[in-house]
Design a binder for this molecule. Sequence first.
Ligand SMILES: Nc1ncnc2c1ncn2[C@@H]1O[C@H](COP(=O)(O)OP(=O)(O)OP(=O)(O)O)[C@@H](O)[C@H]1O
Length: 257
Amino acid sequence: MTIAARNVGWSAGGRMVLDGVTLEAAPGQVLGLIGPNGSGKSSLLRLLAGLRRVASGVVTLDGRNIDRCPRGALARRVAMVEQQAATEAPVTVLDVVRLGRVPHRGLFSSWNAPDAALVDQVLCHVGLHALRHRLWHTLSGGERQRAQIARALAQHPQELLLDEPTNHLDVQHQLEILALIRRLPVTTVVALHDLNLAAMFCDNLVLLQNGRVRTAGAPADVLTRQRLLEVFGVSAHLGISPHHGRLHIQFLPPQPR
Ligand SMILES: Nc1ncnc2c1ncn2[C@@H]1O[C@H](COP(=O)(O)OP(=O)(O)OP(=O)(O)O)[C@@H](O)[C@H]1O
């Protein structure tokens, strides 16, 4: 057991955003969070990261209430990549990725060779090494997204929480980033809108609807024709791909009303 939520509730703007959510990410597993817009995926990730406090229930890390984990230990262990991470400061890609090392070495301790090697390695992994001296505001949306992922990887986390890590990426980088995450020996919880990517790269899925867990389990058990219709309002043909052996969904255009 690594990161888990038990019966978690959270409210905002005077209404329940998450209600009775229970999930558990097994060590090394890639757990996908899926659900329509506004179903609570980002809110749940922030609770799992300890960035917000639950109103009811509990989030645990190795069975321990996350609220009782020292902040420093949490920062060394759990990395989060949120959807938007804007900055106006004149920082380079390298500056941003180096921030991932801060929880391990402190802001003012001197930079050392293993830190530098790790930062170089993660920049190569996300294909940004050549752009490492570029200023943040000159980057494209996808390059920023890959830099944020590199920052999280530089943190060398045991748990990686990713909110829509592929939404700005071209198809090659979508596949490469998710394949990289899958290879890493970390426990990952990732919110994804692309259900085919979720089926291809996640071990298990949690389907949220209106802040509640509608169902959870293996992709082929969660993503059924009936559920796609009921939860997302779309018709689709589903089958196991003969090319990669995972569930593949072919969406059908909506019928004219
Ligand atoms: N701070 C807040 N104040 C008021 N409402 C909020 C707040 N944070 C989230 N919500 C609402 O909670 C619901 C869930 O939001 P959340 O961003 O978690 O959903 P999501 O599944 O990540 O959505 P999306 O797929 O569109 O990114 C939404 O209706 C949102 O408007």
